[in-house]
Structures are given as C-alpha cells and as structure tokens.
Design a protein around this ligand. Sequence first.
Ligand SMILES: C=C(O[C@H]1C=CC=C(C(=O)O)[C@@H]1O)C(=O)O
Length: 444
Amino acid sequence: MDVPRGDEATVRTVDAPVVTRGCSVSKPPTRAFLATNDRPRFVWQTPTESVAVRGATATVTGDGSDRFAEVRADGARLLESCSVPDGIPSAARPRLFGGFAFHDDGQAGPWDGFGDARFVLPEVQLTADGDDWWLTVTAAGPGAAEEADSKLGVWRDRLADETNPEPAGPPRVADRTRTPSRNGWREQVEAALQSVSEGALEKVVLAQAMTLSLSNQLSVPDALERLGRTYPDCYRFAFSPTEDATFFGATPERLVSLTGRTVSTEALAGSTGRGDTPAEDEWLATELLESEKDRYEHEVVADAVREQLEPFASSVGTGDRSIRRLATVQHLRTPITAELAEDEHVLSLVEALHPTPAVGGLPPDAALETIRETETFDRGWYAAPVGWFDASGNGTFAVAIRSALARGDAATVFAGAGIVADSDPDREWDEVQLKYRPMLDELE
Ligand SMILES: C=C(O[C@H]1C=CC=C(C(=O)O)[C@@H]1O)C(=O)O
C-alpha cells in the first residue's frame, strides 16, 4: 500500500485501513499550530466552524477534465477505509480538504505543487464546532493504531504547552506589477464587448492579477485572523501544498453545500462599492438592485445554477434577490436550494456547477475560450472550488475569489468582473480594484 508518511507522496488507491483517534481539547493556540513549515497545511473557517490541518496521511489528486471524477472515486475509497471510533462528533470525523484548478489544462509555474486537484486526509486536525474544540489524528499502514494513539497523546500535550506567537502585521509591499495594464484592460474589455455585440458571447468574467513583492515575511495565520474580524461571514481558507506556497482568501461566494439530499447554493454577481455613510450605502444598494445591466449580469448566473441543478433535483427553489454587503463591496445575491431526486456526491454537483457564469460566462465554452485567449496569467486555483467532502458524500465548496497566491517573498492577488453588453471598461476596472481590497489590505 502506498501511504505517505507525513507530507510526502500522493495516493491514488488505498488498500489498508486508516485509523482515526480524537479527543476534545480546550481552545488550542491555532496560530501556533499553523505557524510552521510542515506541509500540507489547510485552513477552513466559516461562521459556524473552524478547521486547521497539519500534514497529510494521504493525498488524493486528479488531472484535467477528469479531476472531479478521480477525486470523487479515490476520495470515497480512502474515506471508506477510515475506521472511526464512536464518540467523535461529525465535524471532527475524517474529511478530505482541498480544491481544484479553474481550467481543465495544466497549471503553470507559480502554481507548482497545487496541481489540477489536490485533497488531503489530515494527519492532525483541529476542529471548532461552536465553542467545542476537537483534536483528531490519523495514521495508516502497519502499526497504525499504536501510531495514532501515540500521535494523539503527543499533540494533546503539545497544544496544552504552546501559546500563540505575537501577531505580525501585514508584510508591506515594496513593488507591484499589474496584469493587464489599464490600457490593456480597456482593450480586453472592448474586444469582449465586440464578441457580445456579435452574439458570440452573452457574458464573460475577465480577471486581473497584481503581483506584489513583499517587504517582510507574510504570516498567513495572522492574515486569516485579521480576515476573520473583517469578513466574519465569508469562507476563509488557506492551502499550502508545499513549504513556500499558500493560496488563501476570504470569499463571500458559496458554490454548493450538500447535506443528505438538500442542496444550498446561490447566485452572487453584480457589484457596487460601499458608501461613506449608511445613507450612501443604501443609495448605492438601491442603484445596484435597480440597475438593468447588473440584474442581467446576475440573472445569467441564477439561471445557469438552476439549469445545472435541475437534472439532479426533484425540486429547485429560488429565494429573493437581495444585497450582500461586505466591508469593501456590495453584491446582488439570490439564494438557491434544491432537493435531490437521488443520493449524489457533492463533487458531482461541484463538477456540474463549476464554473458558474459568476466566474466564467455564457455560453460556457465560448466564455472559457475567451478567458484563455485574453488573460495572460494563469488563474490556477483562483475562482475555482475549494472546500471539503466526507465519507457520506456531503460537503461544502466555496468559489475561491477574493484570493491571493503567496510564494516566498511575493504574492499575486486576483480579481475579476463580469462583462455584459452595457459594461464600461473603466467602471469594471474600478470594480476589480474594490475586489482586490480584502487581500491587498492584508498585504499592504
Ligand atoms: C469574479 C469575482 O467576483 C464575482 C463574484 C461576485 C460579483 C461579481 C461581479 O459583479 O462581477 C463576480 O461575478 C471576483 O471577485 O474576482
């Protein structure tokens, strides 16, 4: 059996059991737990739960357009092989954490180590379920039970002894490069508008990248803690597959959650800024709700999400369109729910939904082609699904926007905007600058 110790290799098949052990712990020093070069590391924080992972007992990967199916099959087999003692609450039971690349084809240099899909079975996991904290460990191969028992004891003691380090501030930026330039962006948006006027496209989401050279070392655990204060309602995530690379973000957009047969998702598209006063905020929100261009840009997403869910569902429901107000930007949001006709794996829904026209466009193939031909940087995992799934096929995936890739002393921040018939290149430029803010504020 090919099961890596710690952070090593990748398993595509697992034919020996994985042993899980867990215990409740008092609130652990999570930043200390994460402030290490051990990899992989994974963090997942939502309003209701917080997970921090160090090391992998097994890693599941997938390639190209088969990446969703490969991870689903290998992941299900791996999770099935995990023996879990009674008494471990569901939040602390084995799950696979990871994500996918945006495009089907291979990832370029800056994304080395991420691959087209990468999920880890945590070696050591801290989970907060409400106010209760759990420590879970896993081990595989000969002697797994003894190894898991011993790891649990070692980590319980270590967590009790350690304290969080003094928080470091943002690393500060020495230099920055924008891709594309402002003029380049205008040309790109105008070319997309030309395709829209010719009927080849209805909508395309074009993105920008800003690469920053950092003056000091970035502490991702500290950045996440600050993001938790500014964006408590967002999905905050970080994944470090290798020692020097971390993809992290605070995204407001859920791709999909599946619990049993109940699906929760949303359309999130159409944006405006925040006002300086509550009255200005309201005015901007009303303008956004009434803007025909933004409503169209939004409805294209809601329609596509419903259409992708319909083949799986016995019913699909749509809530009211409203404003999702974040620290730097406001969006149109429509909640969408569905009941599945049969049991499904959350990754089947992820595969069907990704990319929604909130990050891709319509028609999907023409939009993806336009993105590939237009953007001169690699999206990598930006705007792609990141999250977790469990042995029952339940899970939650967010869309990895409002995100950055940090590698060594550089970081690249990504943001995009939906281009439809009435888009104005300069307004879309300004909107992208607003969407950079969550990550830039952590770096500048
Ligand atoms: C593609 C991004 O945002 C999407 C999500 C919300 C609103 C969007 C918009 O109004 O264009 C985008 O579709 C991004 O933040 O990089």
